[in-house]
Design a protein around this ligand. Structure first.
Ligand SMILES: [Zn+2]
Length: 134
């Protein structure tokens, strides 16, 4: 059994075509160890939420990536499935991560973006740099 966390996001479901909450299991920032707040697993995060993990001074900090790999653009990605809260369909997705946070959900089938963290909305920054790349 592996440790995992859950990413929740709003999407237009590719199956039922309604706006719905999607939930995706990821192994990023998941461990049976933890800190005073508990184990770093079975936690639910929204896109852009900083994920709980060992501090940067802890030797285990670099392990937040789990066994995932970076794509050609250097973005950490995890292939998983997302479940629609309305029709309960599972769709194959790629979750893209920035530093200890999920930032984008891409449909594996055609690469279309199901959900993304709007960094400028979160920070009030309005410089127009919204392409989601690091
Ligand atoms: Zn659906």
């Amino acid at each position: 059994m592996a440790a995992f966390n859950c990413i929740v996001f709003e999407m237009k479901c590719p199956r039922c075509e309604r706006t719905a909450e999607g939930r995706a299991q990821v192994h990023v920032a998941a461990d049976f160890d933890g800190n005073v707040s508990g184990r770093f697993m079975n936690r639910t995060y929204r896109l852009g939420d900083p994920m709980d993990w060992f501090s940067t001074s802890d030797y285990q900090h670099p392990d937040w990536v789990g066994y995932d790999e970076r794509n050609a653009q250097g973005i950490l990605v995890e292939a998983t499935s997302a479940t629609c809260a309305r029709c309960e369909s599972d769709v194959d997705v790629i979750v893209e991560f920035g530093e200890l946070k999920a930032v984008r959900i891409v449909l594996e089938l055609d690469g279309s973006v199901l959900a993304r963290w709007d960094r400028d909305l979160a920070t009030g920054n309005n410089d127009g740099d919204l392409d989601g790349t690091e």
